[in-house]
Design a protein around this ligand. Structure first.
Ligand SMILES: [Mg+2]
Length: 207
């Protein structure tokens, strides 16, 4: 039986590209101005909306100085306009079990997104993971321990095979890869869905 579902935030509950140019505008300006990177600006923008910043910086040849300046800047950024979730996200509200939200990123920025989505009250716990201090795996393990959940009583839902999906796999927690655009192979997770209407059958099947 599934007793708890752990959700990722970015590109799982809402599409980051819908707010990305406003939210990351100052970061894109900084990167463009310094020129201390591999100069593929469109690929950098695409990656910043989907991948933790430190990984983007490594993969796109950012200088140490630009990496640190980008981190310092993003620690100050907040989003102030309303954010709409994916149109199918409300379907998750009818699923059984406790709901947890675990997201990696800059604390102020992530908490502003949660606020602008209006979803604070939907979760038993909300965690913003700073990857230099902790990890999603540690946070997932903490949730299992605090509530006495066995790994087979929990589902982790996310959009990134390298992040929450990998962390859950390491703890033997079943995974759901939410992939509305069909970017990934179905083999990347225990379950691969394109729409949240597919989730109820998965949860029932594990009952
Ligand atoms: Mg994500």
């Amino acid at each position: 039986m599934i007793r708890a579902i752990i959700y990722d935030l970015d590109n799982t509950i809402f599409p980051v590209p819908a707010i990305g140019n406003v939210l990351f505008g100052p970061v894109f300006d900084l990167i463009a101005q310094t020129g201390q990177h591999n100069h593929d600006m469109e690929a950098i923008k695409y990656a910043i909306m989907r991948t933790p910043f430190r990984l983007v910086a490594q993969r796109h040849g950012f200088s140490q100085e630009l990496t640190q300046a980008g981190i310092n800047l993003q620690e100050t950024l907040e989003y102030h306009q309303p954010i709409a979730p994916f149109e199918d996200y409300p379907l998750t509200h009818s699923l059984p079990g406790e709901r947890f939200l675990v997201t990696t990123g800059f604390d102020k920025m992530q908490r502003s997104k949660i606020r602008q989505l209006g979803i604070e009250g939907e979760f038993k716990e909300i965690h913003v993971v700073n990857p230099t201090l902790s990890s999603k795996k540690e946070v997932f393990a903490g949730i299992l321990e605090r509530y006495g959940y066995a790994p087979n009583e929990v589902l982790v839902i996310g959009d990134d095979p390298e992040s929450e999906i990998a962390a859950a796999k390491a703890l033997n927690i079943a995974t759901v890869l939410y992939d509305p655009a069909g970017n990934f192979s179905p083999n990347e997770a225990t379950y691969h869905i394109k729409h949240y209407s597919q989730l109820a059958a998965i949860v029932q099947g594990l009952g």
